[in-house]
Write a protein that binds this ligand. Sequence first.
Ligand code: RET
Length: 279
Amino acid sequence: MPPTATQFTALVSSLPLQATQGEVFDRIASDVVLSSSLWANIALAGFSILLFVAMGRNLQSERAKLIWVAALLVPLVSIASYAGLVSGLTVGVLTMPPGHPLAGQEVLQPWGRYLTWTFSTPMILLALGLLAGTDRAKLFTAVTMDVGMCVTGLAAALITSSYLLRWVFFAISCAFFVAVLYVLLVEWPADAQAAGTGEIFGTLRNLTVVLWLGYPILWALGVEGFALLDVAVTSWGYSALDILAKYVFAFLLLRWVAANERSVGGADPLAGTTTTADD
Ligand code: RET
């Protein structure tokens, strides 16, 4: 017997990602804490784009320009990311699996965040790697491990079939993250020292490592993991981390590059420290 209209509505609304965009949009708009966490970033990303364009307009060397474009792409990706979230396009409604603290309940899942990190975080690493004067192999390692971290983090957030598998993907994502941390903490400091950018690299590396560690912690404490924090608070947590890890990071980087262009100017931006020292 085909389902009645009421049964059908109940069935559809219990399926993940099946709430209409309009419904999700209304739910976000009616939650002041949640929507302000998104709009604050749209405003800051817009401001950062204008500021960064102005800061980089006089750069001459190829490496400095590459760092600038990478830094500029961070708020550009961000504004698109947050516009996607606020519109409801990249926010789903998930029913959590048995075992999860909110098992059987429908929760809003702003999965677009994880998707767009796949594009923004490689830009942060590209800028840092260029600043450190690293080579292609290490840059490739950092960026691919980082993309692995974001994509498996997205999987962890979207799995509704098994609570265990959410954590399995969380662990896989953490393993990728360890590789990124290794490059940041072990490989690049030595490169930056050799390239003469050790001090600023050290500052930005510390900022990055400390803030990036906040993301998996928030995932574990938020609705995705142990659900100790609600959706709006989790969203503000990510937004606050984003403000520091993206706009403040990129601002400090660009300010330094604009004032010290000679220190980062090499003919081949990805030649590694040995070659660029001879340029
Ligand atoms: C997830 C959950 C799974 C485990 C790990 C994570 C790490 C995320 C990080 C995100 C950084 C994002 C930034 C965005 C700026 O645009 C995916 C939360 C390790 C480190 C800096």
